[in-house]
Each structure stands twice: as C-alpha cells, then as structure tokens.
Design a protein around this ligand. Structure first.
Ligand code: E4P
Length: 218
C-alpha cells in the first residue's frame, strides 16, 4: 500500500519523506489556504517546492468547474513537474475533463468521491486515482470503509486499473482498515501515519532493554 501525505505544509512533507515511507502528496485548495499561499504564481511555486521534496506523485487540484477551465488549469499544472497529477472534482464536467486528460496521457485524481457509482464513472473515464473521502462519510453516519470495500470489489470485478486512494483519513485505525480492505493508497495527515509507530509494549520493552544494557558495562 502506498503512503501519501495529505498536506501542503512543507515541514510535514519533509518529515514524512525523512521517515523513508513517503510515496506522494495530495493537496486541495483548503490545505493550500491553510498554509497562507496566495496568488497564482505563489501557488505554482508551492507545488514545485512540494515536488522537489518527494519522489512520488503530487496531486494539484483545479479550481474551475467548467470543462475549458479545468483543461486550461490542468495543462498548466502538469508543466510544473512530471510528478504532478491533476486533481479533478467528481462532477459532470470533471468526468469529461478526466476523459480528455486520459486520452492525452495526463494523469488524474478524481476527488470528492462519496459513492460506488461515482467511483465506477471515474474508472470508466480512465482516472489514475479515485479519492473516496472516508472521514467525511463517517462524519454523517455512513461507514466510509464500506465504500472502500465496494469500490475494491467493483474494480476487481472488471480489472479497472484506477488506483483507490483512500482520502479524508482522520486517524491511524483508518489506515489499518484501508490496508485490510485493499486500498491501493492512503492519503493521511502526518499524525495518523506517526500513530502507526506507537505501542506501549514497545515503549516499556525498550526502557527495560536500555536499563539492562547499563548493567553490561559496555
Ligand atoms: C484528499 O485528497 C483530500 O484532500 C482530503 O483527504 C480531505 O480530507 P478532509 O475531509 O480531512 O478535509
């Protein structure tokens, strides 16, 4: 399973990269705004800075909701770096844009996916990644993990190559559940990835080894 980090914060991206387990980065307009990035040239430069840290794919989201605008923005975004994947919302014009980019060999990430039907459409259009939002479904009393399971079944039934990129991850258990269900990729805040490190028996076991090592007169 690939690990992407879901942030536009360069320090967090560097920290995940330094851990040696980072396979890519996803961003969205809200995450960019959180970093205080303003203006087109600053945004494009920020994407470039992200691409310079990671060796993996970097999803950059279009703002337009019309086909022409999405194509114009996407074509500009992919010029920044070969790692850029154009992130496109699951709307009618978005499906057309994904089909367009697929025919041009430009990679896409279909975002804001909340149903199996939307995921099927994204795969039919040739999306490289589909992003079902687990946490936002959980927030409204739908089990986000059921959606990952459904998409896995549908894609496997027909051999779709679109990768399931489980998004809107809120905690470490989401990551482990995604691994059990067979998501291809998770995109997660740094804290949820770091949560995988923790076990009280590791902490107490290491303390004991260190205190016993002091008796060895090394
Ligand atoms: C994914 O690509 C999205 O940017 C992200 O995971 C959304 O997460 P949120 O629901 O925590 O905002």
């Amino acid at each position: 399973m690939k690990f992407f980090i879901d942030t536009a914060n360069l320090r967090e991206i560097e920290e995940a990269h330094d851990l040696g387990v980072l396979d890519g980065v996803t961003t969205n307009p809200s995450l960019m705004a959180k970093e205080g990035i303003k203006g087109k040239s600053a945004i494009l430069a920020h994407y470039k800075a992200i691409c310079d840290i990671t060796d993996g794919d970097v999803s950059a989201e279009v703002i337009s909701t019309d086909l022409e605008g999405m194509i114009r923005e996407g074509e500009e975004l992919v010029k920044i770096d070969p790692k850029i994947v154009v992130k496109i919302p699951m709307i009618k014009e978005g499906v057309k844009a994904i089909s367009y980019f697929t025919k041009k060999g430009i990679r896409t990430n279909c975002t804001l996916v909340f149903s199996g039907g939307q995921a099927l459409l994204a795969a039919k259009a040739g999306a490289t990644y589909v992003s079902p939002f687990i946490g936002r479904l959980d927030d409204i009393s739908f089990d986000g993990m059921d959606l990952i399971h459904q998409i896995r079944t549908v894609y496997d039934n027909y051999g779709y190559e679109t990768q399931i990129l489980a998004a809107s991850i809120r905690h470490t258990i989401h990551i482990m559940k995604c691994a059990e269900v067979g998501a291809d990729v998770i995109t997660s805040p740094l804290s949820s990835i770091m949560g995988l490190l923790n076990h009280p028996l590791t902490t107490s076991g290491l303390e004991k080894f260190i205190s016993d090592a002091q008796k060895l007169n090394l």
